[in-house]
Design a protein around this ligand. Structure first.
Ligand SMILES: Nc1nc2c(ncn2[C@@H]2O[C@H](COP(=O)(O)OP(=O)(O)OP(=O)(O)O)[C@@H](O)[C@H]2O)c(=O)[nH]1
Ligand SMILES: [Mg+2]
Length: 329
């Protein structure tokens, strides 16, 4: 039996060490590793797709880690297996802010029914997203039926996470008055469940007011699904208040979407878009690595910089060189 085949079997048995090894393989940039990773993904594909995929975002300090611990522990208590992944495109630079500090998810990370994995340090958002999507499939094959993907919300990472999950949760802080928290309108449009966290102690009233503000603001936002009207609620990740309700809502949302046909349609569209994102990334990688293209790049970039060659023409030259060389080879 090949090493990949044995890894496949161990992952399917739910072996967390094999799962971790599989994800390391997926994150590797070595060409031979990539071949093995693709073979592994293909072999595991029939065992994927059964989990509910949940995206979670919110500003630094809003309580994402605390919330994921509370939700994750609750889910394990009622019999689920929970995997937590992250999309953090800054991790290559900072060494990883989310999930880097495992102590913050300690009670979850050490439970047998949990799997917690930090963001791949691939650098670009596209690179990180590609690997996290694949890791999600491995977790599903290993029998995790709830996948949580956390992101810090820099750049387009929220959109990337919403694009790979079924439901997107946005955590907010209680704010005084009626100020909306400068969150980009586009992010509210992505959110299926908005939660004002830290609704405890002195902040409880402020949290209620913030909830009311967001409910009002939400009336002007077009929901992403026909069968799910996004909800706004308060919770306390610290006290565990509201956590069960979130899970009830997620289940309600999922069954509504399954009934309306949107669940399968959304997953199908995600798979289609994923294929094209992958195609684009692979083509660009091939193109920029090709000797015929590399021979042109320095001069062409210089000439585009000085305005001698229009960028469009530059792009055409690169592609022509790539095509000509690919046809010859
Ligand atoms: N009072 C209160 N404090 C909370 C609650 N949830 C989180 N906190 C506190 O808020 C601080 C930040 O919580 P984290 O869970 O680390 O927040 P985070 O969003 O993961 O932060 P980053 O990983 O830095 O983006 C910690 O001191 C928590 O104890 C809550 O529901 N109520
Ligand atoms: Mg955190």
């Amino acid at each position: 039996m090949t090493e990949t085949a044995s890894l496949e079997q161990r992952i399917c048995r739910g072996d967390r060490r094999a799962l971790a090894k599989g994800i390391t393989l997926i994150e590797s940039t070595r060409a031979d590793h990539r071949e093995d990773a693709v073979a592994l993904l293909e072999a595991l594909m029939p065992s994927t797709g059964e989990a509910i995929r949940i995206g979670i975002s919110g500003a630094p300090g809003v309580g994402k880690s605390t919330f994921i611990e509370a939700l994750g522990n609750h889910l394990i208590d009622i019999g689920h297996r929970v995997a937590v992944l992250a999309v953090d495109p800054t991790s290559a630079v900072t060494g990883g802010s989310i999930l880097g500090d495992k102590t913050r998810m300690q009670t979850l990370a050490f439970r047998d029914q949990a799997f917690v994995r930090p963001s791949p340090a691939a650098g670009t958002l596209g690179g990180v997203t590609r690997r996290t999507r694949e890791s999600m499939l491995l977790c599903e094959a290993a029998g995790f039926d709830v996948i949580i993907v956390e992101t810090v919300g820099v750049g387009q990472s929220e959109t990337a996470v919403a694009d790979m999950t079924d439901a997107f949760l946005l955590l907010l802080l209680p704010a005084g008055g009626d100020e909306l928290q400068g969150i980009k309108r586009g992010i509210m449009e992505l959110a299926d469940i908005i939660l004002v966290n830290k609704a405890d102690g002195e902040q409880r009233n402020a949290a209620e007011r913030t909830m009311a503000d967001y409910r009002a603001a939400q009336q002007f936002i077009k929901p992403r699904y026909r069968a799910w009207q996004p909800s706004v609620a308060t919770c306390s990740a610290l006290d565990g208040q509201g956590i069960e309700t979130v899970w009830q809502q997620l289940r309600e949302m999922r069954s509504g979407l399954i009934e309306s046909g949107e669940f399968d349609a959304h997953r199908a569209e995600q798979a289609r878009a994923w294929m094209w994102a992958e195609t684009t990334a692979l083509l660009i990688a091939d193109l920029t690595a090709h000797p015929a293209v590399r021979a042109l790049v320095a001069d062409l970039e210089q000439s585009v910089r000085t305005g001698e060659t229009p960028p469009t023409v530059g792009a055409q030259r690169l592609i022509e060189a790539f095509k000509a060389a690919s046809c010859d080879g």
